[in-house]
Ligand binder design. Structure first.
Ligand SMILES: Cc1ncc(COP(=O)(O)O)c(C=O)c1O
Length: 381
């Protein structure tokens, strides 16, 4: 059987990895400033993570959600403490799209309504409702397009108000910083007004922290930079450092009923241990502070690079917007400089989503490599 040809591939095959380094078949080392789409939070193959997962697989890897699993409550407790959402409830699933799918479904159950307000250039995943609130016609099939979604520009609160006042909206879903789109974000004034509007009009405010959460921006959640409190927060990516796990944090006023949500694999023993050990490492190694500090260092250093039009993002969720499309630059960074970076829907944006363990040394290496590609090879200049 042949593989379904899903992605255009770079000609690199990682077989080994540690911290921020990925090693290919021939032994070449690459600096990983992309973490496989922002998934690697505590660094590849972290010793604590490996130890905990090995210990767990020798006991029990999986049983269904029909029986008790105290690892789930341990995870909920730890996540509540570190994120500041101790009074929220946790539903566990397997991916970011699934987290958003369940968030939207729950908002619809809670309000009895079905229209969703989402934002231009948003990305929320590829399942039915998640892809419908994703602003990309190419990845929405006719089936997905049946959902009732209104897309609005960021930072235009009057337009949001007009839509919410129509009375048929169940949820507003928004990324605190757009990931796939290219690192654009709402202002604090916009997020504050959005929270008030949703609260006043009984609309569920969903913050998609799948990419921006888990310490990446220098706070546990990126929306915490704006001091707002969403009704539902979706998480995945960095949560399991590569082990598939996602979830939603649900405000106490949304009361559960059996049958509303469910999953076979979600919250299994191995996934919970992966997520618990990620939180332990984030805490003991002060990775949230490191993300803030290293991100600030990055901002100062890249400011001097030629061709950079704008530096976007916060902490270690960063985007460099150039005057030209970055696909050739990314190729040169991988094949010549041995550094992984990412792209975005905005083709001029180079995305940086490294493990939260990186420091000045890795940033310096990146700057030097980028400078050499930009200046010597004159990419786009
Ligand atoms: C903000 C955001 N939400 C949701 C998703 C979907 O996550 P997954 O690919 O785990 O389904 C992504 C993936 O890039 C994302 O960036």
């Amino acid at each position: 059987m042949k593989l379904f040809d899903v992605y255009p591939l770079y000609n690199v095959e990682p077989v080994n990895a540690y911290d921020s380094i990925v090693v290919d078949k021939s032994g070449t080392e690459y600096l990983d400033l992309y973490g496989g789409h922002g998934v690697i939070s505590i660094g590849h193959s972290h010793p604590h993570y490996i130890k905990k997962l090995k210990e767990q697989i020798e006991k029990i890897g999986f049983y269904s959600n029909a029986v008790k699993n105290s690892l789930q409550s341990q995870l909920a407790e730890k996540l509540g403490k570190l994120s500041g959402y101790e009074d929220y409830q946790l539903f566990l699933c397997n991916s970011g799209a699934e987290a958003n799918e369940n968030a939207l479904k729950l908002a619809s159950f809670y309000t009895g309504k079905s229209r969703v307000v989402a934002f231009d250039n948003a990305f929320h995943g590829r399942t039915s409702a998640a892809v419908a609130v994703t602003d990309n016609n190419k990845i929405n099939s006719e089936l997905n397009k049946q959902q009732n979604v209104t897309f609005l520009p960021l930072n235009q609160i009057e337009l949001v108000k007009t839509e919410l006042e129509k009375g048929d909206v169940c949820a507003v879903i928004i990324e605190p910083i757009q990931g796939v789109g290219g690192l654009d974000e709402g202002t604090t004034a916009f997020f504050t007004a959005l929270e008030i509007l949703c609260h006043e009009l009984g609309v569920v405010l969903i913050l998609d922290e799948v990419q921006s959460g888990y310490g990446r921006t220098g706070k546990f959640f990126a929306h915490q930079h704006h001091h707002i409190t969403p009704d539902i927060i979706s998480v995945a990516k960095g949560m399991g450092n590569g082990f598939p796990i996602g979830g939603i944090l649900i405000a106490p006023h949304i009361e559960p009923k059996h049958g509303m949500l469910g999953t076979t694999f979600g919250g299994n023993h191995l996934a919970c241990v992966a997520a618990l050990s990620v939180l332990e490492v984030i805490e003991t190694e002060n990775l949230i502070d490191n993300a803030g500090l290293t991100g600030a260092y990055f901002m100062t250093q890249v400011a001097q690079l030629p061709g950079v039009r704008q530096i976007k993002g916060k902490g270690l969720m960063l985007g460099l917007e150039f005057d030209f499309e970055v696909s050739e630059l990314r190729k040169k960074m991988i094949y010549d400089q041995h550094i992984f970076t990412g792209g975005a829907m905005n083709k001029n944006v180079l995305r940086i989503l490294p493990p939260l363990t990186i420091g000045k040394r890795e940033i310096d290496k990146f700057i030097e490599a980028l400078q050499s590609v930009l200046v010597k090879e004159k990419v786009g200049l």
